[in-house]
Design a protein around this ligand. Structure first.
Ligand SMILES: Cc1cc2nc3c(=O)[nH]c(=O)nc-3n(C[C@H](O)[C@H](O)[C@H](O)COP(=O)(O)O)c2cc1C
Length: 224
């Protein structure tokens, strides 16, 4: 007879806890989490080279996305990988979207727009599903879920020793982009997520101080 798997004790090593499906946290490990979060940085696709994530790492990235907080369990995101053999099609959309916006764009500008599709080893479109699948959950909340899913992936890539970045721009709003990715009603292209090996790192930016964005709800005037 199969014995049930024993649950790990709270101080068990995180990988064992991940296999068991729960973890109570561990003050010893919070330093690692803080380091992972505070040292992640946007690595421009120009600085992302081969090798990209392995099959196993790619699966870890998507499982990280799947663990994002998700009110109503709508899974209001999806990702569309652009393989190397389709990069030329994306390049064409970048180029034509530029010409649509600026018919006077120079050949150099058009070439530079085109070139953006060919950079990172792994490039995928982040799509938000904001349409009325479940009207109870506002689009704003769904966007938070999408952001959390993306951040989980960025952190996972960083933890894997890879670099990552988000890229967007005016081409995101082009109908050509919607057509290439076959976006449905209620879906919005958010940005591209790029992953690869870091060729060159820039210096870490200064993060804002908590005092600049945290406040305490004041006592109501008249309250003693
Ligand atoms: C939705 C989204 C779109 C972004 N698009 C771009 C972009 O087009 N170009 C760019 O250089 N950075 C882009 N970024 C990355 C930010 O510029 C970057 O996160 C910011 O400079 C902070 O740097 P850090 O991530 O290294 O802390 C984007 C970030 C988000 C959240």
């Amino acid at each position: 007879m199969d014995m049930p798997m024993p649950l790990p004790s709270p101080e068990v090593h995180p990988p064992a806890a991940a296999r068991a499906g729960w973890w109570d946290g561990d003050p010893q490990e919070s330093g690692f989490v803080a380091t992972l979060i505070s040292t992640r940085q946007n690595v421009s696709p120009k600085r992302l080279v081969e090798p990209g994530p392995s099959e196993q790492q790619l699966e870890q990235l998507f499982r990280a996305a799947a663990a994002a907080p998700d009110h109503g369990l709508l899974r209001p995101w999806r990702f569309v990988i652009v393989p190397m053999e389709r990069r030329a099609d994306l390049a064409e959309v970048f180029a034509l979207a530029l010409v649509d916006r600026d018919p006077g764009a120079t050949l150099e500008q058009i070439e530079s727009a085109r070139e953006k599709a060919h950079r990172a080893p792994l490039l995928m479109l982040v799509v938000a599903q904001l349409g009325a699948v479940e009207a109870q959950i506002p689009a704003l909340e769904r966007m938070v879920s999408v952001g959390c899913a993306v951040q989980n992936m960025l952190l996972m890539a960083h933890g894997q020793g890879l670099g990552s970045s988000l890229t967007s721009g005016q081409a995101m709003q082009s109908p050509r982009m919607r057509r290439l990715f076959d976006l449905r009603e209620g879906e919005e292209p958010v940005c591209f997520l790029n992953v690869g090996t870091v060729a060159r790192r820039k210096t870490q930016r200064m993060h804002p101080e908590p005092q600049d964005f945290v406040s305490m709800l004041r006592r109501e005037s008249g309250e003693r």
